[in-house]
Design a protein around this ligand. Structure first.
Ligand code: THU
Length: 134
Protein backbone atom coordinates (compact mmCIF):
# COMPACT_ATOMS: atom_id res chain seq x y z
CA UNK A 1 0.00 0.00 0.00
CA UNK A 2 2.91 2.33 0.68
CA UNK A 3 4.08 1.82 -2.92
CA UNK A 4 0.52 2.42 -4.17
CA UNK A 5 0.41 5.71 -2.27
CA UNK A 6 3.72 6.79 -3.80
CA UNK A 7 2.36 5.91 -7.23
CA UNK A 8 -0.92 7.77 -6.56
CA UNK A 9 1.06 10.94 -5.97
CA UNK A 10 2.48 10.61 -9.49
CA UNK A 11 -0.91 10.06 -11.19
CA UNK A 12 -1.75 12.19 -14.23
CA UNK A 13 -5.32 13.26 -13.47
CA UNK A 14 -5.71 16.92 -14.51
CA UNK A 15 -9.37 16.49 -15.54
CA UNK A 16 -10.98 14.50 -12.72
CA UNK A 17 -8.49 15.60 -10.07
CA UNK A 18 -9.06 12.10 -8.69
CA UNK A 19 -5.76 10.30 -8.28
CA UNK A 20 -5.47 6.53 -8.07
CA UNK A 21 -2.37 4.49 -7.30
CA UNK A 22 -1.78 0.76 -7.63
CA UNK A 23 1.04 -1.59 -6.70
CA UNK A 24 1.19 -5.18 -7.92
CA UNK A 25 3.14 -7.75 -5.89
CA UNK A 26 4.49 -10.58 -8.03
CA UNK A 27 5.44 -14.10 -6.98
CA UNK A 28 9.12 -13.31 -7.66
CA UNK A 29 8.97 -10.47 -5.12
CA UNK A 30 8.93 -7.63 -7.64
CA UNK A 31 6.50 -4.76 -7.06
CA UNK A 32 5.17 -3.06 -10.19
CA UNK A 33 3.35 0.24 -9.95
CA UNK A 34 0.71 2.05 -11.95
CA UNK A 35 -1.49 5.12 -11.66
CA UNK A 36 -4.32 6.65 -13.65
CA UNK A 37 -3.33 8.38 -16.85
CA UNK A 38 -5.96 10.76 -18.23
CA UNK A 39 -6.35 12.30 -21.67
CA UNK A 40 -8.08 15.35 -23.19
CA UNK A 41 -10.04 12.79 -25.24
CA UNK A 42 -11.46 11.33 -22.01
CA UNK A 43 -11.94 7.64 -22.98
CA UNK A 44 -8.33 7.45 -24.14
CA UNK A 45 -7.12 7.55 -20.53
CA UNK A 46 -6.64 4.46 -18.39
CA UNK A 47 -7.25 3.47 -14.77
CA UNK A 48 -4.40 2.85 -12.35
CA UNK A 49 -5.22 -0.83 -11.91
CA UNK A 50 -4.95 -1.59 -15.62
CA UNK A 51 -1.81 0.51 -16.04
CA UNK A 52 -0.30 -1.55 -13.19
CA UNK A 53 -1.32 -5.06 -14.31
CA UNK A 54 -0.46 -4.32 -17.96
CA UNK A 55 2.88 -2.95 -16.78
CA UNK A 56 3.40 -6.21 -14.85
CA UNK A 57 2.36 -8.32 -17.85
CA UNK A 58 4.69 -6.36 -20.13
CA UNK A 59 7.74 -6.48 -17.88
CA UNK A 60 7.28 -9.82 -16.05
CA UNK A 61 5.30 -12.03 -18.44
CA UNK A 62 3.86 -15.23 -16.93
CA UNK A 63 5.00 -14.36 -13.38
CA UNK A 64 1.95 -14.92 -11.14
CA UNK A 65 0.40 -11.96 -9.34
CA UNK A 66 0.09 -12.40 -5.57
CA UNK A 67 -1.71 -9.18 -4.69
CA UNK A 68 -2.62 -5.68 -5.77
CA UNK A 69 -2.91 -2.68 -3.43
CA UNK A 70 -5.08 0.30 -4.41
CA UNK A 71 -5.52 3.78 -3.05
CA UNK A 72 -7.61 6.61 -4.43
CA UNK A 73 -8.20 10.20 -3.42
CA UNK A 74 -9.75 13.39 -4.75
CA UNK A 75 -7.92 16.70 -4.74
CA UNK A 76 -11.29 18.28 -3.79
CA UNK A 77 -11.95 16.44 -0.52
CA UNK A 78 -10.48 13.73 1.71
CA UNK A 79 -11.62 10.17 1.00
CA UNK A 80 -11.54 8.14 4.21
CA UNK A 81 -13.60 5.25 2.89
CA UNK A 82 -12.21 2.26 0.99
CA UNK A 83 -12.67 2.77 -2.77
CA UNK A 84 -13.00 -0.45 -4.79
CA UNK A 85 -11.77 -0.97 -8.37
CA UNK A 86 -14.13 -0.25 -11.28
CA UNK A 87 -15.78 -3.01 -13.27
CA UNK A 88 -13.45 -2.80 -16.26
CA UNK A 89 -10.43 -3.17 -13.98
CA UNK A 90 -12.03 -6.16 -12.24
CA UNK A 91 -12.38 -7.78 -15.67
CA UNK A 92 -8.71 -7.13 -16.46
CA UNK A 93 -7.62 -8.52 -13.09
CA UNK A 94 -9.80 -11.61 -13.71
CA UNK A 95 -7.91 -12.27 -16.94
CA UNK A 96 -4.63 -12.57 -15.03
CA UNK A 97 -6.13 -14.59 -12.18
CA UNK A 98 -7.55 -16.98 -14.77
CA UNK A 99 -4.10 -17.68 -16.22
CA UNK A 100 -2.47 -18.65 -12.91
CA UNK A 101 -3.07 -21.32 -10.27
CA UNK A 102 -3.44 -19.01 -7.28
CA UNK A 103 -5.93 -16.24 -6.46
CA UNK A 104 -5.01 -12.55 -6.52
CA UNK A 105 -5.67 -10.65 -3.27
CA UNK A 106 -7.01 -7.11 -3.71
CA UNK A 107 -6.41 -4.57 -0.96
CA UNK A 108 -8.22 -1.27 -1.39
CA UNK A 109 -8.28 1.98 0.55
CA UNK A 110 -9.38 5.57 0.08
CA UNK A 111 -6.75 8.23 0.45
CA UNK A 112 -6.27 7.05 4.03
CA UNK A 113 -8.11 4.99 6.64
CA UNK A 114 -9.34 1.42 6.61
CA UNK A 115 -8.15 -1.12 4.06
CA UNK A 116 -10.51 -3.77 2.71
CA UNK A 117 -9.14 -7.10 1.47
CA UNK A 118 -10.82 -9.29 -1.12
CA UNK A 119 -9.16 -12.70 -1.20
CA UNK A 120 -9.83 -13.28 -4.90
CA UNK A 121 -10.98 -11.38 -7.99
CA UNK A 122 -13.89 -13.86 -7.97
CA UNK A 123 -15.19 -12.15 -4.84
CA UNK A 124 -15.41 -8.82 -6.67
CA UNK A 125 -16.54 -10.19 -10.03
CA UNK A 126 -18.82 -13.22 -9.82
CA UNK A 127 -20.12 -14.79 -13.03
CA UNK A 128 -17.06 -13.54 -14.91
CA UNK A 129 -16.83 -13.72 -18.70
CA UNK A 130 -13.61 -15.58 -19.44
CA UNK A 131 -11.65 -17.47 -22.07
CA UNK A 132 -13.69 -20.65 -21.56
CA UNK A 133 -16.54 -19.09 -23.58
CA UNK A 134 -14.41 -18.32 -26.64
N1 THU B 1 -10.04 5.42 -11.94
C1 THU B 1 -9.07 4.49 -11.68
O1 THU B 1 -7.87 4.73 -11.90
N2 THU B 1 -9.45 3.28 -11.19
C2 THU B 1 -10.74 2.94 -10.91
O2 THU B 1 -10.99 1.80 -10.54
C3 THU B 1 -11.81 3.93 -11.05
C4 THU B 1 -11.44 5.20 -11.70
C5 THU B 1 -9.61 6.71 -12.52
C6 THU B 1 -10.08 6.94 -13.93
C7 THU B 1 -10.10 8.44 -14.00
O3 THU B 1 -8.78 8.90 -14.31
C8 THU B 1 -10.43 8.88 -12.58
O4 THU B 1 -10.17 7.76 -11.75
C9 THU B 1 -11.89 9.30 -12.39
O5 THU B 1 -12.77 8.32 -12.82
Amino acid sequence: MHKAQESRNRAYAPYSRFKVGAAVLLENGAIVEGNNQENAAFPSGLCAERVAVFHAGATHPKVPIVAIALTAGSEQHVNNHPIPPCGACRQSLAEYEGTQESPISIYFMGEQGNVVKAASVKDLLPLVFDRSYL
